[in-house]
Design a protein around this ligand. Structure first.
Ligand SMILES: Nc1ncnc2c1ncn2[C@@H]1O[C@H](COP(=O)(O)OP(=O)(O)O)[C@@H](O)[C@H]1O
Ligand SMILES: [Mg+2]
Length: 456
C-alpha cells in the first residue's frame, strides 16, 4: 500500500539556525494508521507537524517529504490542529469557524449547517453556532479547531499536543474520533508527551531525540507521581491571604459554571484547582487578580478587594497562553524587563537572570527570540519573567502545556522551593485530572456549581 505520508532522510533547519532541528528523518504513515510522535520539549515535534502541513519558512532542507493525498472539492489532504489554539482561530463565532474551511472548498451553503453541527458534536463542543470564539476557554478552542478540521475530512489529520489543552472527557472523545477516522481509512499523526488516554488507538510510536533524529519508540512510561516533597504541615497555621465568600461573577455570556463559591488560601500554601475545560478556572484567577469585579459576594486578597494597580509586584499571573505575556526581542530582555525597572545595577540584573534561567533550564536560550521557541519553551520563559519579581502570590493558569515530564518535574521542584524558601503562595489551575499533585496543601475541585476545597 502506498503510504499517505513518506519522509525520506528529511532534514530541516530554521532560517538562520546553525544546526538541524530535524535530521535525516524517515517516516511512513499508511492509510488507516495512527502514529504518535513523542520527544522532549523543543525536540522538533511541532516543526515536523508544520513541515508536513507545508507551513515551514524556507530554511535549509534536505531529503524528501512526499504526500500521496491531494485536496479536492470535498476534502483536504492534511489538517493540522496546532498546539496553541489561539494562533489558529480565524473567525468570530463557533459556527463560522467550522464553516470557514467548507466555504474555502466552495461547498454549497445548504449542506453546511448539517456538517458543521455534526463536526461540533463529534468534537464535544455543545455551544450555539453564534457563540463568540473570544469567550471560549483554551480547551474549548482546541475542541473547536478539531471540529473545524474534521469537517474537511483530511486524509491525514495532525494533532499537536491535544493533552496540553483537553481534559479527560475531551481526550476520551478524541480517542473515539481517531478510532472512527482509522476505520474510514484516514490517518492520524499525534504529537504528544503523555498519550496515556490515547494509547488504544495508536499503532506506532516514534521519539525525536535532541539531535533531531527520529527513533522507533515505545509508549512513554508514566511519570512516577510521588517524587515531589510532601507538604509541610505548618502552612495551615498561617493567616488567610485569599478569602473568597459566596462569589458569583458575570462576564458577558461567558459565565463560569460555578456560582456562590467560597474558599480560603493561607499564606504559604500551595493549592491546585483541578477542573474540566470551560468551567471558569481562568475567570476565578482573573477575579483574584482584580481584573473582574464580582457580581455578588466578596474577594479579599491581602485583606482588601483586589485592584490590579494595588497588587502590582505582589501578585504574579502566569497566563495559559504564553504569547500573551512575551513581547521582548530576546529571552534575556524578557526576563530582565521587570527587574530593570527596580533600579538594580546591570551586573545584579545579569546575575539574577542567569540564575533564574538556569533554574528554569533555559539558560541556553538567553539570546534567542522568545517568539521563535517551541510552545513549551515559551511557557518556561514566561514563568521565569514572572517569578523573577518574587511575587507574594503566584497564580498559574494551566500554563504548562508543551512541557515534557522532565521539565515539568523540574518546574514543580522550583515552585516548591520558591514556596518553601521565599514563602510564595501558589494557586495552580489544571484541566488534567492526573495532575493531583502530592505536593499541594490544598486541592480544589468544582463539583456541581460549588468549589470543593480539601485541605491535606
Ligand atoms: N518560529 C521559529 N523560528 C525559529 N526557530 C524555531 C521556531 N519555532 C521553533 N523553533 C526551534 O525549533 C526547535 C524545535 O521546536 P518545536 O518543533 O516547537 O519543538 P517541540 O514541538 O518538540 O516542543 C526549538 O529548539 C525551537 O527553538
Ligand atoms: Mg510542540
Amino acid at each position: 500500500m502506498t503510504p499517505i505520508l513518506s519522509l525520506q532522510s528529511y532534514s530541516y533547519a530554521w532560517p538562520g539556525a546553525s544546526s538541524w532541528t530535524l535530521r535525516e528523518v524517515n517516516l511512513e504513515v499508511k492509510a488507516g494508521e495512527c502514529h504518535c510522535l513523542t520527544g522532549g520539549t523543543g525536540s522538533g515535534k511541532s516543526t515536523l507537524a508544520l513541515a508536513v502541513k507545508g507551513l515551514l519558512p524556507s530554511g535549509r532542507q534536505a531529503g524528501g517529504l512526499i504526500l500521496n493525498a491531494a485536496s479536492d472539492e470535498d476534502r483536504v489532504a492534511v489538517g493540522l490542529v496546532m498546539q496553541n489554539p489561539e494562533t489558529q482561530l480565524l473567525t468570530e463565532t463557533v459556527g463560522a469557524e467550522v464553516a470557514f474551511g467548507l466555504e474555502n472548498l466552495c461547498r454549497p451553503p445548504e449542506e453546511m449547517p448539517n456538517r458543521v453541527v455534526q463536526a461540533l458534536a463529534a468534537a464535544g463542543l455543545d455551544l450555539p453556532l453564534d457563540h463568540p470564539t473570544s469567550r471560549l476557554s483554551m480547551g474549548q478552542k482546541y475542541r473547536l479547531l478539531i471540529a473545524a478540521h474534521l469537517v474537511l475530512q483530511p486524509a491525514l489529520l495532525i494533532l499537536d499536543e491535544p493533552g496540553g489543552q483537553l481534559d479527560s472527557a475531551g481526550l476520551h472523545s478524541l480517542s473515539a474520533i481517531i478510532g472512527d477516522l482509522k476505520e474510514r481509512g484516514l490517518s492520524v499523526l499525534l504529537c504528544e508527551h503523555r498519550p496515556d488516554r490515547l494509547l488504544p488507538v495508536v499503532d506506532r510510536f516514534w521519539r525525536l531525540s535532541k539531535d533531531g533524529r527520529l527513533h522507533q519508540g515505545l509508549p512513554p512510561s508514566k511519570p512516577s507521581p510521588n517524587r515531589a516533597r510532601q507538604p509541610s504541615p505548618d502552612a495551615s497555621r498561617e493567616k488567610p491571604l485569599v478569602e473568597v465568600r459566596n462569589l458569583e461573577v458575570e462576564e458577558n455570556d461567558a459565565a463560569p459554571v460555578w456560582s456562590g463559591i467560597s474558599f480560603t488560601l493561607r499564606e504559604g500554601e500551595r493549592a491546585v484547582l483541578q477542573a474540566a475545560n470551560g468551567t471558569g478556572k481562568t475567570t476565578l484567577l482573573r477575579c483574584l487578580a482584580g481584573f473582574i469585579t464580582p457580581r455578588q459576594g466578596t474577594v479579599k486578597v491581602f485583606g482588601e478587594s483586589p485592584k490590579p494597580e494595588k497588587l502590582r509586584g505582589r501578585v504574579g499571573f502566569l497566563f495559559q497562553n504564553p504569547l500573551r505575556q512575551l513581547f521582548e526581542t530576546t529571552v534575556f530582555d524578557e526576563v530582565a524587563f521587570v527587574l530593570r525597572r527596580t533600579g538594580k545595577s546591570p551586573a545584579e540584573v545579569s546575575e539574577r537572570i542567569e540564575s533564574i534561567l538556569q533554574l528554569c533550564g533555559i539558560d541556553h536560550l538567553a539570546r534567542s527570540s522568545p517568539h521563535q521557541l517551541s510552545y513549551g519553551q515559551k511557557h518556561l520563559v514566561a514563568l521565569a519573567a514572572v517569578i523573577i519579581a518574587e511575587p507574594r502570590l503566584l497564580l498559574l493558569d494551566d500554563p504548562f502545556a508543551g512541557l515534557d515530564t522532565k521539565y515539568l518535574a523540574r518546574i514543580i521542584q522550583l515552585l516548591i522551593a520558591l514556596n518553601e524558601e521565599k514563602g510564595i503562595t501558589l494557586l495552580w489551575t489544571t484541566h488534567n485530572r492526573d495532575n493531583n499533585p502530592p505536593w499541594a496543601h490544598r486541592h480544589l475541585t468544582i463539583e456541581g456549581k460549588r468549589i470543593v476545597s480539601n485541605h491535606c
